[in-house]
Design a binder for this molecule. Sequence first.
Ligand SMILES: O=C(O)CCC(=O)C(=O)O
Ligand SMILES: [Fe+2]
Length: 284
Amino acid sequence: MKIAVESPLHEHFGVKVGGLDISQPISADDAAEIRRLLDQHHFLLFRGRRILTPAEQVQFCRSFGTLELLPILPIPGFPEVFKTTNTPDGGGLPNAGTEGWHNDGLYRDEPTDMVAYHLVQFGEVCGSTLIANCARAYETLPERVRDKLENAMAVHGKQAEPCTVHRLVRRHPRTGKKGLYGAVAMAADTPGTLIVVGWPKAELEETFAFLDQHLRRPDIMYRHQWQLGDLLFTDNAAVMHLAERTDPKYPRVMHRVSVAGALDYSVQHSFHNPMKRPAVKAPS
Ligand SMILES: O=C(O)CCC(=O)C(=O)O
Ligand SMILES: [Fe+2]
């Protein structure tokens, strides 16, 4: 079997790839070919016959580098698997933080490189995953908005938890192309952009409401309707994404595994609020 592009998914990005059984270990040559396709198309769809186990998904992703570990452990034994659900008792993290446009791993020093999304449970009603092309989103902005975003620094976080400062326009680490980068999520109490330095709150809300719609333009966005066994593999510097809300009557469970990127202080800095550090006990 040889890896081959089977069909485009959108006019400007994304392809369905065939010729590879991703539940089995893959060769270094296959991994290199997938990386090349990812640089070219920004995200890939592997359409499988069955749901992968967490071990299989982790094995596939290990072929592309060091995996990120999650601070919370929804799946015992798999610290690399981030599990989200739309139901309060689904055993994963609530979807709240994923329903606004975002790049993954914004809270890290090292921007996340690649991500594998695998929907492992869904019913007859199931929200799609929307994927936006960051470079095209940037290039098609009205000049007024592009100028405003060009050197903007966003502070990302959730209340007093660790925060990140990152650029809203980022150069892709390999292609050098500029693209949007951030979290356009305004819901209270979800990880997202707290402030953009120098912007009043109203300006932030207005600009992000504009970006939310802009990212949904049909020439910028692809809507993925899930089928059993699908795995979406994305270049996290090239695409943003969000989970469409699904009625909790229809449980929807996502397993995500992420490949770590390189430290890049020209893009983002994360820091811990020193006030939140555990108090040091005074010597008695
Ligand atoms: O559930 C989805 O469709 C997307 C989930 C997501 O954004 C994530 O796991 O990072
Ligand atoms: Fe995400």
